[in-house]
Ligand binder design. Sequence first.
Ligand SMILES: Cc1cc2nc3c(=O)[nH]c(=O)nc-3n(C[C@H](O)[C@H](O)[C@H](O)COP(=O)(O)OP(=O)(O)OC[C@H]3O[C@@H](n4cnc5c(N)ncnc54)[C@H](O)[C@@H]3O)c2cc1C
Length: 319
Amino acid sequence: MGVHAFIVPIRDLNTLQTLPGIEIHDCGHKVGLNGVDNGALRFRSVRIPRDNLLNRFGDVSQDGKYTSSLPTINKRFAAMLGELVGGRVGLAYASVGFLKISVTIAVRYSLLRQQFGPPEQPEVSILDYQSQQHKLMPMLASSYAFHFATQYLVQKYSEMKKMHDEQLVADVHALSAGLKAYVTSYTAKSLSTCREACGGHGYAAVNRFGSLRNDHDIFQTFEGDNTVLMQQVAADLLRQYKDKFQGGTLSVTWNYLRESMNTYLSQPNPIIARWESADHLRDPKFQLDAFRSLILSLSSLQSLSKLCTIVLMQEVELL
Ligand SMILES: Cc1cc2nc3c(=O)[nH]c(=O)nc-3n(C[C@H](O)[C@H](O)[C@H](O)COP(=O)(O)OP(=O)(O)OC[C@H]3O[C@@H](n4cnc5c(N)ncnc54)[C@H](O)[C@@H]3O)c2cc1C
C-alpha cells in the first residue's frame, strides 16, 4: 500500500532497555553538528498494534481492510514526502543565517585590514580592492535576496498549512526544494570564499569559519540531497511548461511568444544600455525591466542575486 508512518516504541519505559527486535547504533563522531545526537535504528520482526499507524493518509479497519483518501501508491508516497517540506523551509532559512554571519565577519574584517596603498600614501583597507569587492559584494547582495526569498517561502508555507490547496502544495514543494538546494549550495561555497577573504586570520578557529563550514556542510545533503531536489524542480518546471501549451491552439503559443518578446522590443536591454544617471538607476521601472531581462536570459535564481549585486554596487558607487 506504499510507505506509511508508524509510532514504534523502542525502549521499555521502566528499564529504558531496548525492546526485543530493536537495535540502536550511535552514528559516532561527525564532521560537525555534534550537538545533534544522530543514530541508526534496526527493526527485526517487530509487531505493533494497528492503532500505532499515523493514519492521516491511509487507515486499517479492525477487520484488516485498508482505506485511503489517496487513490494510488504514488500519490500516498508523494503525500508522505510532502511532510518533509517543513524541514526544507527551515533549512533554507537557517542557511541564510550562516551566510549572513560569514559575510558580516568577512566585510567587517576587510574594512579594518589594511594593505599596500599608493606610493608615499597610507595603506588602504582591503575592501577598497576591486577583487575583494567582487568576492564580497555579490554575497552581501545575495544575503539580502535570500533573506526576502526565504521569508516569502515561510509565508507561503504557513498559507499552505492553513489552506490545504493542491496547487499551493505543489508550488511550495517546488519552491522549497529549489530554494533549499540553491541557497545551501551557495552558502557552502560562500563560507570558503569568506574564509579566504579574511586571509590567515580566517583560518583561526576563534573567527568561526571552520565551525560554520563544518556545521553547514551537511545542509546540502539532509532533508534531501541537493542534486535530487534540483531534479524535482526541473520536473516541475517541465510540467508547468507543458501546461502552458496545453490545449494546443495557435493563440496559446502566440501569446507566449508575444509575452517573451515584449521586453526585448519595448526598450533597449537595460543592462547593456549602461545609462548611469542616478535618476535612471533608481527608477523602479528600470529595475523591473532589468529583472525581466536577466530572468529571460538566465532563467534561474542566479539572475536574482546577480541583479541585486548590480543594483547594490551601483548604489555604493552613487553614494
Ligand atoms: C547529520 C545527519 C542528520 C540526519 N537526520 C535525519 C533525520 O533526522 N531523519 C531522517 O529521516 N534522515 C536524516 N538524515 C538522512 C539524510 O536525509 C540523508 O543522508 C539524505 O537524504 C541523503 O540520502 P543518502 O545519505 O542515502 O545519500 P544518497 O541518496 O546515497 O546520495 C549519495 C549521492 O548519490 C547521488 N544520488 C542519489 N540518488 C540520485 C538520483 N536519483 N539521481 C542522481 N543522483 C543521485 C546524490 O546526489 C549524492 O551525491 C540525516 C543525515 C545526516 C548526515
